[in-house]
Design a protein around this ligand. Structure first.
Ligand code: FE2
Ligand code: FE2
Length: 369
């Protein structure tokens, strides 16, 4: 709703080369209560004046030397394609063709010379009101877009939080903290970027990789928390976590759940085909599975677990390099090694103090869970 005060306070720009006509218009408007009127004798500075003054009404003469009213309208339409352009034309010409041409060029109404005081006021008032309404709707739309943007971001963040907590639930049982999935998922994202994956995929891998071990929910404590090496039977049970995790996450149609299922199912596959659960080989293993494998094992190496102490960063990098080409995809591993400074920074962000591994602790990764 536009108030009478808003209309009288509106900014009016009169672009008219004829001084007498300009002053007459100004006087008519002023005596009707309009207070904010600016006169301009020619259009040379119109773009600048329009930008800085932002008129709620532009009273525009069509017939001016050098830059005509038509030129002004063309320029304003080009420079302000989303504006209402509150233009009222001054015309001594009452020919329909001129009026039509002016309307199609962007004019909203006419003031015919000689001026009829009542018509001048009513027409100016109408255009001002429409322009103020247009601006109010525009501002409201910007506001709504901002609110939608904020709500969408909140929704996205809360979804990530819930997922991460689901990952924590599985993780909490064998590491006491959720640090592993925070680091591991950030390694995955950094590695995905290094491999040139697009923004959406990078965000998806960041969001889904925390769920890689969600199937551990189904593994008994006696196996999951066993401090020593697992027996062959226990290893078989332990390995079921990949398929159980995929089963928990299966059946979704969103890219998110599909990737989460793939991550859970394939993060223990090996490049040489000796991984589990399906013994996939080389590029049969989805790229996200190959990325998660490296990030997961690297973080497992640098972290303390019930069955091992934490390795130093350098010893862990060395171990990864040793597994290049048989455990890990060589290209993905090389990309990981190339971003080691970033990985180190992420690790420092959420890391515990590392220990040098003893010879006994250098367990084979076949025992890595
Ligand atoms: Fe796992
Ligand atoms: Fe893990």
């Amino acid at each position: 709703m536009i108030t009478p005060e808003q209309i009288l306070n509106a900014k009016i720009l009169i672009l008219e080369d004829d001084k007498a006509s300009r002053l007459l218009l100004k006087s008519i408007l002023q005596t009707s209560g309009f207070q904010n009127i600016h006169g301009l004798p020619n259009a040379t500075r119109i773009s600048n004046v329009y930008r800085s003054f932002k008129p709620d009404l532009l009273v525009l003469d069509l017939n001016m030397p050098r830059i005509s009213g038509f030129d002004v309208m063309a320029r304003l339409r080009r420079d302000y394609p989303d504006d209402y352009l509150p233009i009222v034309i001054i015309s001594a010409d009452s020919e329909d063709s001129i009026h039509l041409r002016a309307l199609s060029a962007g004019a909203k109404d006419f003031l015919n010379k000689p001026y009829d005081r009542a018509k001048v006021i009513m027409r100016c008032r109408n255009i001002i009101e429409t322009n103020l309404l247009h601006n109010a709707v525009k501002a409201q739309n910007v506001n709504l877009a901002q609110i939608i943007h904020e709500r969408t971001a909140e929704l996205h963040q809360s979804r990530l939080d819930v997922i991460r907590r689901l990952g924590y639930a599985a993780e909490y049982r064998d590491t006491d903290t959720g640090d592993h999935i925070v680091r591991m998922s950030r390694y995955c994202e950094r590695l995905a970027r290094a491999l040139g994956m697009n923004e959406e995929e990078c965000e998806l891998i960041l969001a889904t990789s925390p769920l890689h071990d969600v199937g551990k929910i189904a593994i008994p404590d006696s196996i999951l928390l066993k401090p020593g090496a697992l027996t062959p039977e226990e290893i078989v049970v332990m390995h079921t976590h990949a398929e159980i995790g995929a089963e928990i996450l299966s059946g979704g149609t969103s890219p998110f759940l599909k990737m989460a299922e793939t991550v859970a199912l394939t993060h223990h596959e090996r490049w040489d085909g000796k991984g589990y659960p399906h013994g996939l080989k080389g590029e049969e293993i989805p790229l996200v599975g190959r990325i998660c494998a490296i990030s997961d094992i690297f973080d497992a190496l640098t972290s303390e677990r019930p069955y091992k102490k934490a390795w130093t960063f350098d010893a862990s990098v060395k171990e990864l390099k040793r597994m290049r080409g048989y455990h890990f995809d060589p290209k993905v591993l090389d990309a990981f090694i190339n971003v080691i400074p970033d990985i180190k920074a992420i690790s420092r962000d959420v890391n515990m103090p590392p220990h040098r591994p003893s010879r006994r602790q250098r367990v084979s990764l076949a025992d890595s869970r």
